[in-house]
Design a protein around this ligand. Structure first.
Ligand SMILES: *Cc1c(COP(=O)(O)O)cnc(C)c1O
Length: 444
């Protein structure tokens, strides 16, 4: 299949057999790996080290003075502000609705504290069974702060026989629990199954039930087009190190709908975890005992930003913008992931009734998924000889195919449009089939 739309592959550092510490008699040390793990940690843009080095030089040259008098006019005091026009289109927001700050879970906690307002019978949080653990811990400890227990968490699971949650079942659950709901919070894309939730429809259902609706976009941002403003989402959080390639643990992002930060709005200025960086910038250095929040999502910033982080995030955002933004990348992404789907389902092991076999947990409809397909392997047992997933994963890794395993038996494959190719998709499926052939031979 032809590589089609432009690839920004050259702009990324792609690990080699040697750099990964893998040796294989069929490959040379400098042969490239196939990196299908951008859903977990994106590759490093080639431009990132220089961007960070520039700030180290500024620190070296001017120290504290670089806050207001930076050698490249990149004054640290406002270094994150030029990121707002790059951030807003990633999530379909107005510039006053986004901020680059903190880290994902810390931001989730900060926004939960601000937006969870239990009142009367409406005290519960509705979310998914099998949520990412960090999110579960945040929800659980939030209700505990109010003196409640687990009974204030309503978790919904796929129906018997389904591998993912159907929108109509989510809506039905929201309606069913209407009188008890304070907050609805889902992931944009489910980390384990790869399901892309219908954000617009679920948000509307939550609002119709009188609940606040927030989203964790860790696996959605940079992966699928988002329209948070138009969808009336109350708040959202995400990280920048997965599909956005900003580096391990990089600074994260938040969205707060402008309805919640505009002056004179009835919902304006909900109490929040606050700090000096959320205060009106013109008063910030007067050291007053008066919190006068900026009338935008920036008011949720607590601390001055990590400069080295901000420039790494900026470099990666600029790459996405240069590639035409997420809407353009999504065209290639749809084709790449469809190619992966089509080749996987042609495998003799797909949905096979004999062993070994695999199936795909991710929805078939491209409108319900992003780049990632989650493949479940069987049989699985405590006998390592039958541990199909582990053996396939090891075989792929021996061939420098980097993806990730979710025990007990899932491998997540995420071809990303910025640096993966159709040819790589073909090689990955070929290797999966080879690994399964070897297992089949062993047991025949
Ligand atoms: C990746 C991910 C996290 C990670 O949280 P950090 O605070 O960045 O460590 C949390 N939640 C979800 C849903 C994720 O996908």
């Amino acid at each position: 299949m032809d590589e089609g739309s432009p690839t920004y592959r050259d702009q990324f550092a792609i690990p080699t057999f040697k750099s990964l510490g893998i040796t294989h008699s069929d490959f040379a040390d400098d042969d490239l790996s196939i990196y299908f793990c951008g859903n977990s940690l994106g590759l490093m843009p080639q431009a990132t080290p220089k961007a960070i080095e520039e700030e180290l030089k500024a620190w070296h040259a001017r120290a504290v003075e670089a806050h207001f008098n930076h050698p490249n006019d990149n004054h640290w005091v406002d270094i994150d502000l030029p990121l707002l026009p790059l951030t807003a289109p990633l999530v379909g927001a107005k510039e006053n609705e986004v901020a680059v700050m903190g880290s994902l879970t810390a931001n989730l906690n900060a926004l939960l504290v601000s937006f969870y307002k239990p009142k009367g019978s409406k005290t519960k949080i509705l979310f998914e069974k099998h949520a990412f653990p960090s999110d579960y811990y945040a929800f659980l400890n939030l209700v505990k702060i109010y003196g409640y227990d687990e009974s204030h968490l309503i978790q919904i699971a796929p129906k018997e026989g389904d591998t993912y949650l159907k929108t109509k079942d989510i809506i039905a659950a929201i309606e069913h629990h209407k009188d008890a709901l304070a907050l609805v919070c889902f992931p944009g894309i489910q980390y384990y199954t790869g399901q892309w939730f219908d954000i617009a429809t679920i948000t509307k259902a939550g609002h119709d039930a009188g609940a606040v609706v927030g989203w964790d976009l860790a696996h959605a941002v940079g992966n699928v087009p988002l329209e948070l403003h138009a969808w009336n989402v109350d708040f959202a959080v995400w990280c920048n190190y997965k599909y956005l390639n900003s580096g391990p643990g990089a600074m994260a992002g938040i969205f707060v709908h402008e309805n919640h930060t505009k002056e004179n709005s009835s919902e304006s200025f909900p109490p929040r975890l606050a700090g000096w960086w959320g205060n009106n910038a013109s008063d910030r250095f007067k050291m007053l005992e008066k919190f006068d929040p900026i009338q935008s999502a920036l008011s949720y910033r607590q601390s001055n930003p990590s400069v080295l982080d901000v420039v790494a995030v900026k470099t990666s955002y600029q790459l996405v913008a240069a590639a035409g933004g997420v809407t353009t990348l999504r065209q290639k992404s749809l084709a790449l992931t469809q190619h992966l789907w089509d080749l996987l389902v042609q495998s003799p092991y797909y949905n096979a009734t004999s062993s070994p076999w695999f199936k795909i947990l991710t929805p078939e409809d491209p409108a319900e998924r992003g780049a990632q397909l989650s493949v479940l392997f069987g049989p699985h047992s405590d006998d390592p000889a039958h541990d199909t997933m582990e053996q396939v994963f090891q075989y792929l890794h021996d061939h420098a195919i980097i993806c990730d395993e979710r025990r007990p038996n899932v491998i997540r494959l995420a071809p990303t449009p910025l640096y993966n190719t159709f040819r790589e998709v073909e090689i990955v499926v070929q290797r999966v089939n080879e690994a399964l052939d070897a297992i089949a031979r062993k047991h025949s």
